[in-house]
Write a new protein. Structure first.
Length: 191
């Protein structure tokens, strides 16, 4: 390969080495690497608020752990590494492999929607998250309005969805048996 040619596909080992060397986050899918962009102030506030409130809720439940957006998830069926905005694990996090530091047993995943990733998060990413047997609930949170879309796995191949809207509403999280007030999710967020 010449100096002017760019490599277009990478091995998992090359991907993991790139992350370790640069200290930056990249998603990996079928040999393709995509650098993760930084979020807006609203995105970061919402993510922070979710992490804080979920932390309080699961501390009351015990036997669960929450991780922030720096925690990778590995989707073995697809050979894909992704970074959700927040993830909850029941019991002990199971890593795909020590070097990757990616978990494979989330029960609850949150994504804060951005204009550039909204369709991807709602469609393809959600379908591929479903390949994880432990995955029970998906919450998509808008950053431009107090609205959330929830999907809950009732049976292996049956998902139910619902919407929550308004600052006085609660996001009912069936996977952890708790409710997350929208006023807490959107604290300090201006529309």
């Amino acid at each position: 390969m010449t100096a002017t040619q760019k490599k277009t596909t990478y091995s998992v080992a090359e991907y993991l080495l790139l992350e370790r060397r640069t200290g930056e986050r990249y998603e990996f899918y079928n040999g393709k690497i995509r650098r993760m962009a930084g979020g807006t102030i609203a995105h970061n506030r919402i993510t922070r608020n979710i992490i804080i409130k979920l932390g309080q809720l699961i501390d009351e439940k015990g036997n669960m752990e929450i991780f922030a957006s720096d925690q990778k998830i590995y989707l073995p069926k697809y050979g894909w590494y992704v970074y959700p905005d927040a993830v909850v694990v029941a019991g002990v996090p199971i890593e795909s492999e020590e070097e990757a530091s990616a978990i494979i047993n989330p029960i609850l995943i949150f994504e804060v929607l951005s204009p550039s990733t909204m369709d991807y998060d709602r469609n393809r990413k959600f379908l591929e998250y479903q390949s994880l047997p432990s995955f029970q609930e998906y919450v998509l949170v808008r950053q431009d309005a107090p609205e959330a879309l929830l999907a809950f796995r009732e049976e292996p191949d049956l998902w139910r969805s619902s919407e929550t809207a308004g600052m006085d509403a609660d996001i009912v999280l069936r996977s952890i048996g708790a409710s997350l007030p929208m006023k807490d999710v959107y604290a300090k967020v201006e529309f």
